[in-house]
Design a protein around this ligand. Structure first.
Ligand code: NAD
Length: 410
């Protein structure tokens, strides 16, 4: 199987001007094939979703519009329904119309979905079901989540600075298999009591394709890949481990492969996270570990992610946080993770790495200039507190004036 072009580009991307960029610390070459050819005009689908979603989407759209004006290209943004809002309007968390719209786009930008209102709905009418459907229907099998500490926000983390300094981890999570999709599943009555069950299951081919992606990512980062499983207990994990070893031995002999049980990995991530370069794991372990790793950075509001499928298909770019219903509608949301997700989209899906780097540099600058939303502000940091709208506007101002970073040819 060919490694998705967008992934190849991920591990090759960075610029001198964004040496501390949020998504990777790697070099990129302008000749690297990206998912969509560089064009003057793109069409993307935007899924504002629920809770703080519409607020951070508004700011992100303003930033993208300013960027287009600055760099002389167009992004046509079409909104579509997903999540709780889609359940309310169409009785479906990811209606066919939205799926069709996503499929015909160059790329997809998703804010966040969910909320208390839909928490007690039957499973098929829960917002998360739409997310799972989207991943499955769009073949988004690889989720890449960077966890790189941001020097300006070290204080926002509950972990000691000496543990955090220099942490730069890429977690590659399998996204379309495992216990979330395995059959049989359900709740039955057996011997007079209810029994709930799901099936943790991976086909060899599913493990192989994610192992290749992860090994490829690792080969272009620090060359170290840690595969996380529970092979001491689970048969499915034993197969996972065997296939990952086969892939690395045969195709990536230069990648230093190690294995770790998931419980130990959870502990090591907070004990000494610097030991990790690239990690690869299945869907449920990756779900938990990537959230844990996000706390190394300090706030959910700062972390983007990319979900990618086969070459030529649109990826989905989204902040890792949820819909934050506790602060929805109060203008307290941090839009930076969604803005950084847009940067990843530009870089990896739209063949606009320079423009992506410009957005990343703008986020760096706003932090350097001492502006913070509530989630990343501490009492004694001397920084200025901004709401979501103001933070978006600050980024717009910076985008209008920052020099466009130039690529470093590898
Ligand atoms: P959450 O990420 O929404 O919120 C956790 C905490 O972080 C909250 O205190 C929230 O205020 C804060 N927070 C999150 N994003 C923030 C931002 N951008 N700016 C400032 N503060 C931010 O997680 P949760 O509370 O467990 O879940 C809320 C809802 O979101 C649930 O319905 C859940 O199912 C859904 N969810 C959706 C996604 C997604 O859309 N991919 C991911 C996780 C959770």
């Amino acid at each position: 199987m060919k490694i998705p072009a967008a992934i190849t580009s991920i591990v090759l991307a960075t610029t001198a001007q964004t040496a501390r960029c949020f998504t990777s610390n790697l070099k990129f070459s302008k000749s690297t094939a990206l998912n969509v050819e560089k064009k003057d005009s793109y069409s993307i689908t935007v899924l504002p979703g629920d809770g703080i979603g519409p607020e951070i989407t508004e700011s992100t759209k303003e930033v993208l519009n300013a960027l287009c004006e600055r760099c002389d290209f167009k992004i046509e943004m079409t909104d579509a329904l997903m999540g709780g809002c889609a359940i309310d309007e169409a009785n479906d968390p990811f209606p066919q119309e939205s799926l069709d719209q996503c499929r015909k786009s160059d790329s997809v930008l998703l804010a966040c979905i969910g909320g208390y209102k839909w928490d007690n709905n039957p499973r098929e009418l829960r917002p998360e079901t739409g997310l799972l459907k989207m991943r499955k229907e769009m073949g988004l099998f690889a989720n890449l989540r960077p966890a790189k500490t941001i020097p300006q926000l070290m204080d926002a983390s509950s972990i000691k600075p000496e543990v955090l300094e220099g942490v730069d981890i890429m977690i590659v999570r399998e996204l379309t298999g495992d216990v979330y999709f395995g059959e049989p599943k359900g709740i039955d009555v057996i011997d007079g009591e209810r029994v709930g069950y799901n099936n943790m299951i991976y086909k060899e081919s599913e493990i192989r394709r994610i192992a290749k992606v992860a090994a490829d990512v690792a080969s272009k980062r620090g060359g170290q890949l840690c595969s996380v499983d529970k092979a001491n207990v689970l048969d499915v994990s034993q197969l996972w481990r065997d296939v990952v070893i086969e892939v690395c031995e045969k195709e990536y002999p230069n990648v230093e492969l190690s294995h770790m049980y998931v419980d130990n990995a959870a502990m090591q991530l907070v004990r000494w996270p610097k030991q990790f370069d690239t990690m690869v794991t299945g869907n449920i372990f990756g779900d938990i570990l990537s959230d844990q790793a996000s706390m190394l950075v300090g706030s959910l509001g700062m972390l983007p992610s990319a979900s990618l499928g086969e070459p030529g298909t649109p990826g989905v770019f989204e902040p890792i946080h949820g819909s934050a219903p506790d602060i929805a509608g109060t203008d307290k949301a941090n839009p930076l993770a969604m803005i950084l997700s847009a940067a990843m989209m530009l870089r990896y899906d739209l063949s606009r790495p320079d423009e992506g780097a410009l957005l990343e540099a703008a986020v760096e600058k706003v932090l350097d200039d001492g502006f913070r939303t509530a989630d990343i502000k501490t009492d004694d940091d001397g920084c200025t507190l901004l709401g979501c709208k103001e933070m978006g506007k600050k980024i717009v101002e910076i985008v209008k004036t920052l020099p466009i970073p130039q690529p470093v040819l590898a």
